[in-house]
Ligand binder design. Structure first.
Ligand SMILES: [Zn+2]
Length: 89
């Protein structure tokens, strides 16, 4: 089987891209799919690390944090957006 872990089948896809580190000088590819607004396409926010209230995807290259924040889409469903970047402390 050709296992594609995240995407079920070909639907009419919005434009899906691979998440890149939000650090403009880094741009490392991270293993998450996002749409053009950096909203997680497959909601893997549960995989994010937690530090207090903060959820983030650590960047393996620069060590910074790509902060995940909950948002609501137009239908009121909760999704998660990679909203901002915090450099390594
Ligand atoms: Zn980075």
């Amino acid at each position: 089987m050709n296992a594609a872990p995240s995407l079920p089948a070909k639907k009419k896809a919005p434009d899906i891209q691979v998440l890149r580190c939000l650090n403009p000088t880094c741009r490392e590819m991270l293993a998450y799919e996002v749409d053009s607004n950096n909203v997680l396409y497959v909601d893997l926010a549960w995989m994010a690390r937690q530090a207090g209230e903060l959820r983030y995807f650590p960047c393996p290259k620069c060590g910074g944090r790509n902060i995940v924040e909950p948002i609501r889409d137009t239908k009121g469903a909760v999704k998660h957006q990679v909203a901002r970047f915090e450099p390594k402390a």
